[in-house]
Structure formats: C-alpha cells, structure tokens
Write a protein that binds this ligand. Structure first.
Ligand code: G3I
Length: 394
C-alpha cells in the first residue's frame, strides 16, 4: 500500500463522507454583497492582463473559420485571451481524416492567430472517444492498435513541437457507469489497446515534445452530487497510478462545464485539487461555461450565473496548483451550449444559454465581471506551507 499523502487521505475521507451523506448541500455562501455602483465593464482591463498580473493565464477555445469570418469576434478574442485552444479542429477526424493523411491546415491557422496575438497555444485532444474518423475503429481491430495510436500522437505532437503550452493527451477516460473496477471508460481505446493506452499516449507525446506540459482532461469533477464525488476519487486514483508508473503527466484539466442550480462544495473541490497537487501535478480549468437551463428567465439569470462562477473560481483559485482558466468559447454567439452538440443544455423556454463572458454582441457580461474579479483577487504568491503570502502589490 503506497504511502498516501495527507492531502490525499484527507480528500478521500472527505469525499467518502460527502458521498455517504448523500451530497453536499451548498455551503451557505456569504451574504449577497450590496449592489455595486454601476461600473463600465468595457473600461476595465482585459481578462488576459488581469490574469497575467496574478501569474495566471486566461484563454478560450476557438474555431479557425469563425475567427476568419467574424472580425468583431476575432478582435474580442485577441483583446481578452492570452491562450487559444482548438474547439474541435485538432481532433482526430479533422487532423487524420484518412489513414496516414494528415491535414494541419486549420490548426496551423489557429497557431498563427495565437502567435500573432502573443497567446499561448494549448492542444486538444490527442485521444478521445468522440470525433474519431470512420476508418479508425476497423483499423484498430485489424492492425496493431498501439502502432496506430503511436503514429497519430507522435506525428501531431511533433508538428507543433516547441509551440504548445500544454496538450490534453487523453480526454474523458473515466466513466464509472461502465462498471470497471479501475473506473475506466469502455472506449475504443480501452477495447483495442487495453488500460495501458493512457501510458503509451503520454510517453509518446513526451518523446515527441519534451517541453510541452501533458494533461489528463475530464468533466464532472466540479459539482458535489454523489457521482461527482465518486468520479473525483476515481480520477485521483488514475492520476496516482500514472504517477506511480512514472508516466510523464504534468497536469489535470478540470473541464468545469458548470450547471447553475446543482450543489457546489468549494471545500471539497479544494481538497481534491490539493490531493492532485500532492501528486506533483498542476491543475487547469480548461472548459469553463455555465448551463443555465434550470434558471427561470426572470431577470436574475445572469446574476446567478455570475455568482456560481465567482463561487467556483473563488474556491479553485485559492489553490496554488491552479495555473489558469480557459472558458469553452468566449461569446454566447458561438457557445457549444447553443449548438446541436449540447441537447442537455437546451432551455425549456427555448431561449439561448448565456454561459460565457461575452454576449452575442461581444459585450462583457456579469460572468465576465465574475471572471475578472476572481482572477484579480488571486493571491500572487504562497509561502512554502501553502499560506497566502502578502500581496506584493498591496
Ligand atoms: O464547422 C462544421 C460545419 O462546417 C459542418 O457543416 C458541420 C456539420 O458537419 O459540422 C461543423 O463542425 C462541428 C463543430 O462542433 C462546430 O460546430 C462538428 O461537426 C461537431 O462535432 C463539433 O462539436 C464539438 C464537440 O466537442 C465534438 O468535437 C463542439 O463544438 C465542442 O464544443 C465540443 O467540445 C467538447 C470538448 O472537446 C471536450 N469536453 C466536452 C466539450 C463539449 O462537448
């Protein structure tokens, strides 16, 4: 039995206690702050500057064709974002549409845009069970699946060697409903290669670009329903096992697709983040947005979304291991939550979801303010014991 860090033991104990209790009731938040004087949000510094001043990154996902066809969106993206991650154009069916045929044209466009605007570039995602080309499943069944996996990962990571802040090497590999004792999803990767597919993907990615941070990315780790708490335990065990085998992994991506109205337990999430950090990993918020389908459209929707974002970021940014925040999209005009890809986000009143920092006219929203306020109050330094160091700017 490996010696488990105090943080991890504390996390598991709190997680299991929480699971046994049903699920966390939202800790009574601080009393609602008095209404602030109206401020001109448009006059405030952009999110990328607020984040950078606190040693963090802020960015968003983007689609190259949208950046090319919508100058107002491209200008807003350049203003607000210090990092760009492809929404779907770096996924397998776009990059390798036929065996051995690689098309980097769209991702090259995104890398160029990031470089032109002094942004970090983040790769997403080398291995996922969605958006795979039709040729892949039969090929995995008839050829050596390890060779197919390795050829794709190596070719793609080498293409952008030295240009990438981090890669999501494996996306969403944990699915407890599949009933495996290791919690792994019964995906085409698991079926063809076996549980070792994760080790192989990370090792090949590291060989191809030793300078890129390599992350495991997943959803459902943020709220405090029983399944969320159970998934945190499973993901922590996966990360501990990978680290125990010296697999080159550097970070965990918390997707943070939040749902307004679901229970949130900041203390439990922080304990999880500390347990992940105790493994020597960084933590990134990688796909933040808010599903507001449960909220009535009664004039309070935006404030409630902003409150949830403030509570969430107030918790996670209190942990030194958290190095940045990425929203999944920048403007509600192009949010995946309003696309056919997200039927679960659809509102009963049919109105568009409003879960991103900019509205369809590229105006800053209450969520933008919650993001800016949270990023701006992150303590810059921490003492070795994890206590907040006095703000050197203070
Ligand atoms: O842009 C093309 C369009 O030209 C074409 O006519 C149309 C019909 O084929 O497809 C359009 O591309 C779609 C793309 O979204 C842009 O809308 C793809 O088919 C569609 O598969 C793609 O869905 C993406 C989904 O992942 C699957 O890759 C979503 O945009 C994207 O937001 C979503 O993101 C995932 C993360 O990668 C992982 N975490 C969960 C997150 C949400 O599902």
């Amino acid at each position: 039995m490996s010696r488990i860090g105090l943080d991890r033991r504390a996390f598991i104990a709190s997680a299991l206690a929480l699971a046994a209790s049903g699920c966390a009731t939202p800790a009574p938040g601080p009393p609602p702050s008095p209404p602030e004087p109206a401020v001109d949000l448009e006059a405030r510094p952009p999110l990328r500057e607020v984040a950078a001043a606190r040693g963090l990154f802020y960015g968003a996902s983007a689609i190259s064709t949208v950046l090319d066809r919508d100058p107002a969106f491209a200008a807003a993206f350049a203003r607000e974002c210090g990092l760009l991650v492809p929404d779907y154009e770096a996924k397998w069916d776009q990059i390798q549409p036929a065996p051995g045929l690689f098309d980097f044209s769209k991702v090259n466009r995104l890398v160029e845009f990031a470089r032109a605007h002094g942004m970090l570039f983040r790769g997403h995602a080398l291995l996922w069970h969605h958006q795979v080309p039709s040729w892949l499943p039969p090929a995995l069944a008839s050829e050596d699946p390890r060779n197919i996996l390795e050829a794709h990962v190596r070719r793609v990571v080498e293409q952008y060697r030295g240009a990438v802040h981090s890669w999501d090497v494996v996306n969403e590999a944990v699915e407890l409903n599949d009933g495996r004792s290791d919690g792994l999803r019964n995906s085409l990767w698991l079926k063809s290669v076996g549980p070792g597919y994760l080790d192989l993907a990370f090792r090949v990615a590291h060989e191809a670009d030793p300078g890129a941070r390599l992350s495991y990315n997943d959803y459902g780790l943020d709220h405090a329903e029983v399944w969320n708490v159970r998934k945190r335990v499973a993901v922590l065990e996966l990360l501990r096992d990978l680290r125990g085998r010296d697999v080159p992994i550097d970070a965990l991506g918390l997707q943070a697709h939040l749902t307004a109205g679901l229970p949130f337990d900041g203390a439990g999430l922080r304990a999880f983040i500390r347990a992940v950090a105790a493994l020597g990993l960084e933590v990134y918020v990688t796909e933040l947005d808010v599903i507001d389908a449960r909220l009535p459209d009664d004039g309070t929707r935006d404030a409630k979304v902003a409150r949830l974002v403030g509570d969430y970021l107030g918790a996670v940014l209190a942990e030194p291991a958290v190095k940045g925040v990425i929203t999944w999209g920048l403007s509600d005009k192009y949010s995946w939550l309003n696309s056919p890809s997200a039927p679960e986000a659809r509102r009963g009143d049919g109105k568009p979801v409003r879960g991103l920092p900019l509205d369809p006219e590229m105006r800053r929203t209450a969520m933008w303010k919650a993001l800016a306020d949270s990023l701006g109050t992150r303590v810059i330094g921490y003492n070795s014991d994890g206590r907040a160091a006095p703000d050197r700017q203070g």
